[in-house]
Write a new protein. Sequence first.
Length: 366
Amino acid sequence: MDTVNYGLIGCGMMGREHIQNINLLPQGRVTVVFDPVAELAESAATLAQDAHVAESLEALLAYPDLDAVVIVSPNYLHVRQLQQIVATRPMPILCEKPLFTEPTDAAVLDALFADYRHPVWVAMEYRYMPPVAALVAQAEQATGGIKMLTIREHRFPFLPKIGDWNRFNAKTGGTLVEKCCHFFDLMRLILDDEPVRVMASAGQSLNHIDERYDGVAPDIWDNGYVILDFAKGSRAMLELCMFAEGSKYQEEISAVGPKGKIEALVPGPGRFWPKLLGDPPVPQMIISPRAPKGPYVSEIPVDPTLLEAGDHNGSTFYQHQRFNAVVRGEGKVEVTLSDGAKAIAMGLAAQESARTGQAVALGDMC
């Protein structure tokens, strides 16, 4: 297969980012799009260089020039759309995170894909941000074996979405699933281990409190702490604050072991950086040995073309580059259905801990 023809399901902000990055692939093109909001679909089709606009998911799946689909719809629609693809026209799938929103969905998807012959990739692309990838590659050597891992995200509130679906736990899965599955995936990747226990404190302190949608107040959380114990003895912590958009860096990751510490500092979307402050910050990696003492600071710049193509420091492109290769028969799926499900299990357990005030044993969940 020389060129992968993509169908895009969902044409909102993240859907447009997927199109912009597929446009950069020499062996990929979006040929057909679907969104129930006609204006979004038409605009996305133009961005994709005159893709066909399908009037329904059924019509998209019937389109002849179609080799793979990308699901970028609201979270609560993912499972039913996956079911429709499997039943109608099985093919390679890249599905946005979170893979599902309800605990019972895990078993549903296990059964659905038990004998599926096509690759399925879960879009948890943060692992491909250049500064994060650099930390992953060098963490073991720099630390001598990670004992403590901390991920901090200080960022802007949830952005407006069509239908306001991202204001409610029932449609998102909850903040620690919707947003934080990225970070739980990174913890498993960096530590190469599975969590056994989670403790959390989280809630809604500032954001969206005064908003009402059909008379209903949003219940989406905007801050929290999550602590996890891992099977081999390491500990990890997540600190999330979604009313800290003035931060220089959006994500800060640190890993510490007997030899030293390694950090990755990742700025947020450049389009949100105030022009009066000059150029946006450049990602950094910092290695701080215990002896001789550091620190040693390296800049990890991201290709400006990739920064223009999205809000995730080039990671969406690198994800698509790999998925494209898999569809063409090269390489293997790096973010599996199991990875997607385990990140959600960690988020659901953290939300349960925050609600009950009790630690939650993960057991067979991960």
